[in-house]
Design a protein around this ligand. Structure first.
Ligand code: ME8
Length: 630
C-alpha cells in the first residue's frame, strides 16, 4: 500500500497577518494535495504557526496583549484565511501546544544522550527579525548581514548549549547530491556551496526571554526558536507519541518553503537534526521564489503588503465574478504567471491580463460558446466526440503529470491549456454554426461533442488550480462527482450519458474591467493626506442589481448638500436591496469616477473587508446626509 503522502508548509510567525507570500506557499501545498488526492493517494497536509519566537512576544507587547492571548488570536486569523482561500489542510499545529513542548524537550534530551549537544559560551550576534544567530566574522557593522534585512543586531555573550552541526558536513552531502531531493536545482547548488563553505556548531539556546520552550535540565534557558520550529514537522505526525501514526506518515514527501528559509535551515540544520536522530530525511525540499509588488520587496513599512482577501475583493469588484471563482482566479494567477521556484512580481495589471486572457477568454468563453450552441442547436444534448484527439490528450496527460510531480505548476497549467486551445481551434475550423445552417446536425454533434470532451478533460487537469470553477464546469457538463485523474482520458464521454443535458449558467469568469486605481493599503500617511479624503454620511435611496453582473449593486446615495450620487459595489451576496435602502452609510465623496460594467460609479461606500463577508460601516446615531466624517 502507498504511504500516506505527507506535505508540509513552513509554520508562519504570528507577528504578522497572512499575506500573499504565506498564502502562496500554503496554496501550493493545497494544489499538490488536491492533485495527489485526484490521483487516488491519501494525503496528510500540515500547516501551522510558529509562536515561540522573541519577535512574536515583542509583537504581543506592542499590542498590549499577553503573548498567548495574542497568539490565540493570530492563529485563528491564519486558520480563517486558509479556510477562506479553500485550502484544505489536514492538520494545523501551533508550537505553543503542550504536546509540542514535550516532544521538543524529549528530542533535545535524546540528542544530548547521543552526544550532539554540549554546553559552552556563546559570543556573537542575534537578529530578532530573522531569528538568526550570526558569528563575529559574518557581521561587519552591527547590522544584519542578510541583504534583505540589514537591521541592527543584538549583541549576545552568554552561557548556553550548542548543537554539533559541524559533525554533519560530510553526512549531508549524499542527501544534497541526490537528484531531486532539493529543488529547484540551482538552489540545491547554493545549499551545497553553503555546506562546503564549512558548518560551525550552532548555538541553540537563549537567555534573554521569558517566552519559549524551557531547555531540558537547564530551565532558565529557552530553546532557540528554529530548533523548536523545525521539530513541528515531527510533533504533528505523532513522533514520540503515536508510533503507528508516525510510521504511516514519516518521512515527509514534500516540504515546501520560500527560498529565504531553505539553505540555512531546511536543507542544512533540519536534515542534520534528523541524521543525528537516525530518522529518515524528507523526500523532497522545495524552495520557491519570492513575490515582490510592482518591483518592490513587500514590507509593512513600505505599506505595500498584498492581502489576499483584498486581492479577491478587487477581482470581484472589477469583474463581477462570484466570490468562489474570484478565489480561484487569484490562485490561478499566482501559479500561472510565474514558474514555481522563480521570483514573481504581483501587479493588478498582470492579474487582469492573466484573468482576461486565460480565464475569461480561453476557458470561460469556450464554456459559454459550448453551452449556448448545444442548447440552441441540439436542445442541450451533450454528444459523444466525433473526432479522435486521444493521441494529443495522451501526450498532454503525460506532460501534465510529469510537471505536477516536479511541482512545475506553471508547465502543468500550460499543458492543460493546450487542450483548451485545441478545442477553440476545433470549433473555429469545424464551424458548427455553419453546419447548423446547412442542416447537418450530425456534423454539429460531432464538432460540439469533440470540443466538450476536450473541455471536460482540461477542467479535470485544472482542478487543483481552479477548484470551484473546475467543479462547476464539470457539473454543467453533467458530471457531479469529485474530479478524478482516472476520468481524464479521451472517450469517457460515451453514449451511456444520453439524456444528460448541458446546464446553461451565467459566465463563470466575466471579463475584468480596467483596474482603475487599486490602493496598496497600510502605507503611513500624514493628516494632510487623510484630509484629502472627503468622507460623508450618505443615505442609500435606491438599490438594484447591475444587469449582467449579479454580484454588483447599483445604488443611489443621497449626500445632502452634495446631491445624489450613483455608486456600484460588489455587495449583492451580503445584503438584499431592502436591507440597504434607507441605511445611513459612510461615503467617499471625492473619489475619481470609475467605469464598472459600463456604468459610471461616482464614489464609494465604506465597508469592512472580513473573511467570508463584507459589512457596511454606518454612523452610530442618526445624522443628516452630507455630514462630514473626520
Ligand atoms: O520563516 N513571497 O516564518 P515566516 C513568497 N517561522 N513567499 C513568501 C513571501 C514572499 N514575499 N514572504 C513570505 C518563518 N513567504 C518561520 C518558518 S518553519 C519550521 C519556520 C512565505 O512567517 C515563504 O514560504 O517568516 C517563506 O519561506 C515563509 O513565508 C516565511 O514565513
Amino acid at each position: 500500500m502507498d504511504k500516506v503522502f505527507y506535505i508540509t508548509t513552513p509554520i508562519y510567525y504570528v507577528n504578522d497577518v497572512p499575506h500573499i507570500g504565506s498564502a502562496y506557499t500554503t496554496l501550493a501545498a493545497d494544489i499538490l494535495s488536491r492533485y495527489m488526492k485526484m490521483r487516488g493517494r491519501k494525503v496528510f497536509f500540515l500547516t501551522g504557526t510558529d509562536e515561540n519566537a522573541p519577535k512574536v512576544a515583542e509583537a504581543a507587547r506592542a499590542k498590549g496583549e499577553s503573548p498567548l492571548t495574542y497568539c490565540d488570536r493570530m492563529a485563528e486569523e491564519f486558520k480563517k484565511t486558509w479556510d477562506y482561500l479553500d485550502i484544505q489542510y489536514d492538520a494545523f499545529i501551533r508550537t505553543t501546544e503542550k504536546r509540542h513542548f514535550e516532544v521538543v524537550r524529549q528530542f533535545l534530551q535524546k540528542l544530548k544522550g547521543r552526544g550532539y549537544i554540549y554546553e559552552g559560551y556563546y559570543k556573537g550576534w542575534y537578529c530578532i527579525y530573522d531569528e538568526t544567530y550570526f558569528r563575529e566574522e559574518e557581521v561587519q557593522d552591527g547590522l544584519c548581514p542578510n541583504p534583505e534585512c540589514r537591521r541592527p543586531l543584538q549583541r549576545v555573550q552568554e552561557r548556553g548549549y550548542f548543537f554539533k552541526l559541524s559533525a554533519f558536513q560530510e553526512a549531508l552531502l549524499p542527501f544534497l547530491n541526490e537528484d531531486k531531493r532539493v529543488l529547484p536545482d540551482f538552489r540545491r547548488r547554493e545549499v551545497i556551496n553553503f555546506v562546503l563553505g564549512g558548518l560551525r556548531d550552532l548555538y541553540i539556546t537563549r537567555q534573554r526571554n521569558d517566552w519559549g520552550i524551557p531547555f531540558p535540565d537547564d530551565e532558565q534557558l529557552q530553546v532557540y526558536v528554529w530548533v523548536d520550529a523545525l521539530i513541528n514537522y515531527l510533533t504533528a505526525v505523532g513522533y514520540l507519541q503515536d508510533d503507528e501514526l508516525f510510521s504511516s506518515l514519516w518521512p515527509p514527501d514534500v516540504q515546501l518553503m520560500g527560498k529565504d528559509i531553505l539553505v540555512r535551515f531546511h536543507a542544512t540544520l533540519w536534515p542534520a537534526m534528523l541524521l543525528a536522530m537516525e530518522l529518515p530525511l524528507p523526500r523532497l525540499l522545495f524552495g520557491h521564489g519570492f513575490w515582490t509588488v510592482q518591483g518592490e520587496k513587500m514590507s509593512k513599512s513600505k505599506g505595500n503588503v498584498v492581502n489576499p482577501l483584498t486581492a479577491i475583493r478587487e477581482i470581484i469588484r472589477f469583474s463581477g465574478c462570484e466570490e468562489s471563482y474570484a478565489k480561484d482566479a487569484l490562485r490561478f494567477y499566482l501559479f500561472r504567471s510565474t514558474p514555481f521556484g522563480a521570483d514573481g512580481d504581483f501587479s493588478y495589471e498582470n492579474l487582469r491580463a492573466c484573468y482576461n486572457g486565460d480565464l475569461a477568454n480561453n476557458l470561460g468563453n469556450l464554456l459559454n460558446r459550448l453551452t449556448t450552441m448545444s442548447t440552441k442547436y441540439l436542445d442541450g444534448e451533450i454528444p459523444p466526440p466525433g473526432y479522435d484527439y486521444s493521441t494529443e490528450v495522451h501526450s498532454v496527460l503525460k506532460s501534465y503529470q510529469e510537471a505536477m510531480e516536479e511541482l512545475a505548476f506553471h508547465s502543468a497549467i500550460a499543458s492543460a491549456f493546450t487542450l483548451l486551445d485545441l478545442a477553440n481551434k476545433h470549433l473555429d475550423e469545424t464551424a458548427p454554426w455553419r453546419l447548423y445552417k446547412e442542416g447537418n446536425i450530425q456534423a454539429v454533434r460531432n464538432s460540439l461533442g469533440t470540443a466538450i470532451e476536450l473541455l471536460r478533460i482540461s477542467a479535470i487537469l485544472l482542478y487543483p488550480f481552479l477548484p470551484s470553477a473546475s467543479r462547476e464546469i464539470l457539473s454543467r457538463l453533467g458530471f457531479s462527482s469529485a474530479p478524478s485523474f482516472k476520468e481524464a482520458n479521451w472517450g469517457l464521454f460515451t453514449e451511456e450519458r444520453k439524456g444528460i443535458k448541458i446546464k446553461a449558467g451565467t459566465p463563470i469568469f466575466p471579463r475584468m474591467e480596467e483596474v482603475i486605481k487599486i490602493s496598496n493599503q497600510e502605507k503611513e500617511i500624514t493628516i494632510d493626506d487623510f484630509a484629502k479624503v472627503d468622507l460623508r454620511v450618505g443615505k442609500i435611496v435606491s438599490c438594484k442589481v447591475v444587469e449582467g453582473a449579479e454580484k454588483l449593486y447599483q445604488m443611489e446615495v443621497d449626500l445632502g448638500e452634495l446631491g445624489k450620487r450613483r455608486t456600484i459595489a460588489g455587495i449583492a451576496q451580503y445584503y438584499t436591496p431592502s436591507e440597504l435602502i434607507g441605511k445611513n452609510i459612510i461615503f467617499v465623496a471625492n473619489l475619481a469616477p470609475a467605469k464598472i460594467k459600463g456604468l459610471i460609479s461616482e464614489g464609494m461606500i465604506l465597508a469592512v473587508d472580513a473573511p467570508g463577508q463584507v459589512v457596511i460601516v454606518t454612523p452610530e446615531k442618526e445624522v443628516p446626509p452630507g455630514s462630514k466624517v473626520r
